[in-house]
Every structure is written in structure tokens, then in C-alpha cells.
Design a protein around this ligand. Structure first.
Ligand SMILES: Cc1ncc(COP(=O)(O)O)c(C=O)c1O
Length: 408
């Protein structure tokens, strides 16, 4: 079997489709956000760029309190946890962090996973084995980890059109009231930045006696008075059965979790393969994460500046022809709808303007829906926003010199 040539052929196809993933290598130095040094490894140069696509939405990965907590944690407990949760790898900071996420969402219990991906995959696959004949109703725009979790289970599934409550209600009505059902949605959708209609979903889950599972990965830390996510902002957290989140975005660390009733959490703890058979989170990370969550529960400063900046960016975009998706959230998706154009635009932005955004293409979005996903932080200044808008106008509407030469 010519193994190598098979890989190469597959890669050629990805390259032909202009969706070959080129990683931008960065150094994000403490005290210098939102700048980073771009190390162009192939071309052997370095350049300072402004990052416009980070998920470290509030810059908490560099917050002095979080960094200090991590340092102290490492000096006290060392680096590795030393085991799986079941075999010598449960440390005191894990328990504190699980209590913290339960408190954040007003739930009885919380459970840590190595990532948000693992939390979705592990919980959803495990839930499908808890009930005989569980039926899962999943929004078509749910994240790959949700899709993977549902696939790994044995439940029947219906994928409903994005945010389409009418279709969802029709599907729910096909089953008797006492038939086990689970609705799975995302509070803030990661690419288009729009919201799930959480209030209506809570009503439906009650009316049809279904469990409601909400992925709050892009919302925790940012939305709600204490950073409890969109469910806190809308005052519906108590009506959601399972809230899933992560620590890698708003909280600037890494890891994922679920929060729910004590028995649900205990069941997942005792059954989810990717929880049981993996080494637990390093203690210092758990301490840093706890610090970040607590800080954002008690302080609004980062959130306030973030939302002022989001507002400013959107108001300026409105005055231009730059095509972007209107939503109430913090993610701004500039629609390009062509893989090659998207790649070229992003290359020009970083090389000519020192603005780093990543082209978003298939399979993250559908083919033909390629986009530039902008994320602003509390550290972006007014002049950076103006420079971004100016550069976007130039690269979207004016062809590059290279393109002109080619055409001549
Ligand atoms: C909606 C959503 N859920 C889950 C995840 C996975 O989270 P993590 O990066 O912590 O694995 C992501 C990742 O970006 C996401 O966008």
C-alpha cells in the first residue's frame, strides 16, 4: 500500500480547494496585548501584528492575578496531577474548581474535563446510554464536539434547522410526553456569533418534558453579571438542565466542564470514558482557572471595556460597505463567501497591514460561507479599530498589485 502517496493526494485536494490550513506562529508576550510577534518560519522573518481573532476574549490568560495563581500553584503542587481522577489524580484544586462552576451557574454540582470538546463528547455520548430510546434534538450549527458526542452514543437524533423553534416543536411533538428527549443547543454560536432563543427553548423543554443542554463555551466570562453566560444574562440558568462550558476562552486558561444536578454529574463522572481514562488537569491550572472565574464573578471592568469596544467596532462597520453578519454578540463575522478570496484577503492583511485574522473555511463553515471572524478584546484601541476598518476596505474592495499585474 503506498501510504505516503495517499496522504499526499488527500493534501493536494485540500490545497486545490484553498482550505489548506496554514498556522500563524505567534509569541503573545505578557503586557503587550493585543500585539503579538508573528514568526514567519518559512520566510524567516518576524513582524509585530495586531491579533484580531483570539478567543482569549478578555485577555485573562495574561491577567496578573491569574498568572500569579498559576505560578504559586506550580510552586506548591508541582506540574502534573499524577494520575487519572480515580487513581491518585484528584487534587484539592479540582474539587474547588468543580464547586466554583456549580456556583457560577447555580447548579448542584460541576465536573471537569480536559477540554470543552471532551466535555461535550463525553457527556452527550454517556447520556445516550443512560436512557433507553433517548431522542436527541440538535441544532444544525452545533459544534463538532457536540456532533461527535451524539455520534458516539446510541441515541436517535434529529438535526433541526438553525434556531428554528417551529421545526423543533414539530419534532418534539412526534414523541409521547414520557419518551426521553434531549435538546442540545449553543448559547452563542461560535462562527456567526448569533444567540440561541434560550427563553423559548426553556418553554419548549418544559412543555415537551425534554432535558435541555446548552453549550456556553463562547459566553462564559463575557455575558451575565457574574460571567455566567447568556443563560445568566437572560435569567434562565435555573431552567437549563445541563450547562456546558470551557475555561479556554473568556477565562484564558484551558479545560472544560458541565454543571447540573448532583446525580447527573455523578452518573457522568462514573461512566464517561473520556473523563475516566485520562490524566486529570494540572493542579496549578485548576487554581489559575478558579482565580479567573472568581475575578470575573466579582469584577465587571474587562467585560465593560469589551462591550464598549464591540459597540464601537460594529457602529463603524455599519458606516461602511464591509459585509458582516448582524448579531447582538461579541463575534463579528465578515462574510467573504469564497475560499480563495478569503485566503488572499487574510494574507494581505497580515503582510501589508500587520493585522492578523484567520480565514475561516470548510469544514468549520459550509463551502461558500467562508468568512473572517473578528474578535475584539478590552485591549484594542480606537486607532486599531480605525486601522482595521481601513485595511478591510482596502483588501476587500481594491485588488492587490500582484492581482493587477497578473491581470495585465
Ligand atoms: C461551541 C464550542 N463548543 C465547544 C468547543 C470546544 O472547546 P475547547 O476548545 O475547550 O475544546 C468549542 C471550541 O472552540 C466551541 O466553539
Amino acid at each position: 500500500m503506498p501510504y505516503e502517496s495517499v496522504y499526499k493526494k488527500k493534501l493536494d485536494k485540500i490545497k486545490q480547494e484553498n482550505r489548506y490550513r496554514e498556522f500563524i506562529t505567534l509569541s503573545r508576550v505578557v503586557g503587550n496585548l493585543p500585539y503579538a510577534i508573528w514568526h514567519s518560519i518559512d520566510d524567516n522573518f518576524e513582524k509585530e501584528v495586531v491579533v484580531w481573532c483570539t478567543n482569549d476574549y478578555l485577555g485573562m490568560s495574561h491577567h496578573p492575578k491569574v498568572v500569579d495563581a498559576f505560578k504559586e500553584g506550580a510552586l506548591t503542587y508541582g506540574i502534573g496531577s499524577g494520575g487519572t481522577r480515580n487513581i491518585s489524580g484528584t487534587v484539592y484544586p479540582h474539587i474547588m474548581l468543580e464547586k466554583q462552576v456549580a456556583e457560577l451557574h447555580g447548579k448542584e454540582a460541576g465536573l471537569l474535563f480536559s477540554s470543552g470538546y471532551a466535555a461535550n463528547e463525553g457527556t452527550l455520548s454517556t447520556l445516550s446510554y443512560a436512557f433507553e430510546n433517548l431522542v436527541i434534538f440538535s441544532d444544525e450549527k452545533n459544534h463538532a464536539s457536540i456532533i461527535q458526542g451524539i455520534r458516539a452514543g446510541n441515541a436517535q437524533k434529529h438535526v433541526f434547522p438553525h434556531n428554528d423553534i417551529t421545526v423543533l416543536e414539530h419534532l418534539l411533538g412526534l414523541y409521547p410526553l414520557d419518551h426521553p428527549k434531549l435538546i442540545v443547543v449553543t448559547s452563542v454560536y461560535s462562527m456567526h456569533g448569533d444567540f440561541a432563543p434560550l427563553e423559548k427553548l426553556c418553554e419548549l423543554s418544559k412543555k415537551y418534558n425534554a432535558l435541555l443542554y446548552v453549550d456556553e463555551v463562547h459566553a462564559v466570562g463575557l455575558y451575565g453579571e457574574h460571567g455566567g453566560g447568556l443563560s445568566e444574562h437572560l435569567g434562565v440558568a435555573d431552567q437549563i438542565d445541563i450547562i456546558q462550558g470551557n475555561f479556554a476562552k473568556g477565562y484564558g486558561v484551558i479545560g472544560g466542564y458541565i454543571a447540573g444536578t448532583a446525580s447527573l454529574v455523578d452518573y457522568v463522572r462514573s461512566s464517561a470514558s473520556n473523563f475516566i481514562f485520562t490524566t486529570s488537569m494540572p493542579p496549578a491550572l485548576a487554581i489559575a482557572t478558579c482565580t479567573s472565574i472568581k475575578y470575573l464573578m466579582e469584577n465587571n471592568r474587562e467585560r465593560e471595556i469589551l462591550w464598549e469596544n464591540v459597540d464601537r467596532l460594529k457602529k463603524l462597520l455599519e458606516k461602511t460597505d464591509i459585509p458582516y453578519i448582524k448579531n447582538d454578540g461579541h463575534i463579528v463575522a465578515v462574510t467573504i463567501n469564497n475560499a480563495l478570496d478569503c485566503k488572499n484577503i487574510c494574507q494581505r492583511l497580515i503582510r501589508e497591514y500587520g493585522i492578523y485574522v484567520q480565514p475561516i473555511n470548510y469544514p468549520t463553515v459550509k463551502r461558500g460561507e467562508e468568512m473572517i471572524r473578528l474578535t475584539i478584546t478590552p485591549f484594542h484601541t480606537k486607532s486599531m479599530i480605525y486601522e482595521l476598518i481601513h485595511a478591510l476596505q482596502e483588501v476587500i474592495y481594491k485588488p492587490s498589485d500582484a492581482t493587477l499585474k497578473e491581470a495585465a
